[in-house]
Design a protein around this ligand. Structure first.
Ligand code: NDP
Length: 325
């Protein structure tokens, strides 16, 4: 059966890096035909048409159709996978309230359209920033969709952390297991090496504490800015790659003996208030995320997690005060 995948902000940089990989089968597997729905704001429809022409020109065997629209009710009609990439970026001098309001105007109606029109098995991944809070807004407008279908992306932070640790210990990334990103997809997120394993031993015990605190954590947190500085443009291919990884793992599962990171609706685990969309160590089985339970959290980790969760609470309070959720 053909799976409908909706990509918002389809004419943007991440959209451009994402669509071809979805159409080639890397999102859902080489056996699954896909149809693409490209949602854009009206002025960007022409650019989306250009991307669609290039998709046509690839003659992807799995690609069953492409739809381009500026209407969320059309884009999410019957959709199985919704990748919410388009968001209102923060511009110079913009107040946080303005940013949240602008995104509320995008993610509220999209959540409602998903609620009213998406397929019963819809899975939603929010990439557009502030991703966790945008996901919270969308979710709150979709009361008929099970809460656990709304997620936000911290897989890029996870992959960045894997790569930094692998380089430090001079091991392939495949040697690393059980790395976790906690909290918000923002510079406050916490990459946890106290449960990560390299060659079966705890990663934090294989690096010195100063490197972990003063190099590793800030490098992962500020990687986006470092890429803008080097490339003159924000990361796009790596963000698209992480979105592919997130949905692929959601659908196909985590390998046994390992987990990954995703921002999912909290059930109150690890003291993260219920209902917040926060990153946790998660496994995926049978198409469902589960928060890894029973990890001991030391004082250092507790402080970092609390800081990031506090930021999420502040964002939630702000969108609540603005009437966006
Ligand atoms: P990008 O495609 O580069 O980025 C899109 C969003 O992803 C931004 O919110 C960006 O956040 C976020 N993001 C998350 N993680 C990363 C990461 N690691 N690196 C970079 N970005 C990340 O933006 P473009 O401006 O190229 O394209 C956005 C498109 O969205 C435009 O075509 C616009 O027309 C469209 N849009 C569509 C909407 C809709 O479909 N209704 C609504 C709003 C916009 P950050 O800004 O923090 O980098």
């Amino acid at each position: 059966m053909t799976v409908k995948v909706t990509v918002t902000g389809a004419a943007g940089q991440i959209g451009y890096a994402l669509l071809f990989r979805i159409a080639s089968g890397q999102l859902l597997g080489a056996e699954t035909p896909v149809s693409l729905s490209l949602l854009e704001i009206t002025p960007a429809l022409k650019a989306a048409e250009g991307t669609a022409m290039e998709l046509d020109d690839c003659a992807f065997p799995l690609l069953q159709g492409i739809e381009i629209t500026d209407d969320p009710n059309v884009a999410f009609d019957g959709t199985n996978v919704a990748l919410l990439v388009g968001a209102r970026p923060r511009t110079a001098g913009m107040e946080r309230g303005d940013l949240l309001s602008a995104n509320g105007g995008i993610f509220g109606p999209q959540g409602r359209a998903i609620n009213d029109h998406a397929a019963d098995d819809v899975r939603v991944l929010v990439v557009g920033n502030p991703a966790n809070t945008n996901a919270l807004i969308a979710r709150s407008h979709a009361p008929d969709v099970p809460a656990d279908r709304f997620t936000a992306m911290t897989r890029l932070d996870h992959n960045r952390a894997l790569s930094q640790l692998a380089a430090k210990l001079q091991v392939p990334v495949t040697e690393i297991r059980k790395l976790s990103i906690w909290g918000n997809h923002s510079p406050t997120m916490y990459p946890d090496l106290y449960h990560a394993e390299v060659g079966g031993k705890i990663a934090a015990e294989q690096v010195d504490g100063e490197w972990l605190r003063d190099t590793f954590i800030p490098t992962v947190a500020k990687r986006g800015a470092a890429i803008i500085e080097a490339r003159g443009a924000s990361s796009a291919a790596s963000a698209a790659n992480a979105a592919i990884d997130h949905v692929h793992t959601w659908v196909h599962g985590t390998p046994s003996g390992d987990w990954t990171s995703a921002a999912v609706v909290s059930d109150g685990s690890y003291g993260v208030p219920e209902g917040l969309i926060s990153s946790f160590p998660v496994t995926s089985t049978g198409g469902h995320w589960e928060i890894v339970q029973g990890l001991a959290i030391d004082a250092f980790s507790r402080e970092r997690i609390d800081l990031s969760v506090r930021e999420l609470l502040d964002e939630r309070d702000a969108v609540q005060a603005l009437g966006l959720i």
